[in-house]
Write a protein that binds this ligand. Structure first.
Ligand code: FAD
Length: 331
């Protein structure tokens, strides 16, 4: 029996470790430089919504599996999964369905009249089209501890370790699952990995029960305007700045986020701010999910580069990792 080491304790590493246990693999170790609450996965809003990740056909398939798993986990209170009414609004007329619509259960294209009724404060015609869906949120401050607890309860171990090369941990009878997110850029020298800076605010939820994403006419815009209504708070965002490594909080960005979010959700004009957060999404030209055999015979399964979709694809990716582990064990 091969032993399994999972590198990384963010949403990708934890869901792979748990899915491997579910599939009957035991003796799994997680090694990670940072543990929750200090990973990028702790910065996220946790909304199920495919964003800034490629390629589209794989993202859709993984998102669909993840949606179903999140729906099952809704029945486990400590998993921290909540549902939200989600509106995606566009500043132009669209004549198509959302590309992700096949992954969700409740979905419809919004009419202009429906948008006007839901958002009476908006100038007429500002957002002539949009999509509505009911989607899950995995609240990171509850969900990551839940996954850690679930993993440990079945004998998994989680250790602090900074790994400088795969060869340090990959022995011939070991399978290494590489879930190191943005740091994979340096761990395996992957030039296709890049940061996408994000900044958000966690504010008190004073009765908001819908989540909104506003699309821009400019696909290269660094502004990402969104609100995510969670059980006790609301996330106000944000930005998506490619190749920007800055993780400090920017004051001008805060003011911009408040102005843009309040224009669609007036109750957020004077938010009670609980926390500011900034982090770097692990961008990549395409998610890397594949097996590699090192020169010493060890198998490495890479699972990183999920961009702004780590919580949207995690279970789909984890199930594919389990499949690749089974293949590696049978060869
Ligand atoms: C502001 C913001 C909002 C977001 N909102 C959402 C959202 O609403 N929905 C969504 O789906 N996604 C969202 N995301 C994206 C999501 O956070 C990421 O896709 C996801 O967290 C990536 O998870 P990961 O496990 O791959 O990486 P990480 O969470 O970064 O975890 C990587 C792990 O690897 C470890 N590691 C790295 N290098 C080494 C090494 N050399 N040795 C040992 N350990 C190492 C780290 O310490 C860490 O434990 C958001 C991101 C940001 C920044």
């Amino acid at each position: 029996m091969k032993s399994i080491i999972v590198l990384g304790c963010g949403i990708a590493g934890l869901s792979c470790a748990v899915a491997l246990q579910d599939a009957g693999f035991c003796s799994i170790r997680i090694l990670a430089r940072e543990l929750p609450p200090y990973t990028t996965s702790d910065v996220a809003g946790g909304l199920w919504f495919p964003y800034k990740a490629e390629p589209m056909h794989r993202i859709l398939a993984w998102s669909k599996v993840t949606f179903q798993e999140m729906m099952r986990l809704r029945n486990v209170p400590e998993a921290g999964i909540t549902m939200t009414r989600f509106f995606q609004l566009f500043p132009k007329q669209l004549y198509r369905d959302a590309w992700w619509s096949g992954a969700v259960e409740v979905y419809r294209v919004l009419t202009e009249a429906e948008i006007a009724a839901e958002f009476p404060n908006l100038p007429k015609g500002q957002f002539p089209s949009g999509f509505y869906a009911e989607v899950p949120i995995a609240e990171p401050h509850k969900h990551l501890p839940y996954l850690m607890q679930r993993f440990r309860a079945r004998g998994g171990t989680i250790e602090h370790a900074h790994i400088h090369s795969l060869e340090e941990v990959a022995e011939p009878h070991t399978i290494v699952i590489n879930c190191t997110g943005l740091q994979a850029k340096y761990l395996v020298g992957d030039d296709n990995v890049f940061p996408i800076r994000g900044q958000i605010m966690v504010v008190k939820n004073t009765g908001i029960n819908r989540s909104i994403t506003i699309e821009s006419n400019d696909e290269r815009s660094e502004y990402a305007t969104y609100t995510i209504a969670r059980s006790e708070d609301v996330i106000m965002g944000g930005v998506a700045m490619e190749n920007n490594w800055e993780t400090s909080i920017d004051e001008a960005t805060i003011q911009g986020i408040i102005a843009r979010c309040a224009s669609v959700e007036p109750a957020l004009a004077q938010p009670i701010i609980l926390q500011h957060k900034a982090g770097l999404r692990p961008g990549r030209t395409e998610v890397r999910l594949e097996a590699e055999t090192l020169s010493n015979g060890a198998t490495v399964i890479h699972n990183y580069g999920h961009g702004g979709s780590g919580y949207t694809v995690n279970w789909g990716c984890a199930h594919e990792v389990v499949h690749l582990v089974r293949v590696a064990c049978s060869s």
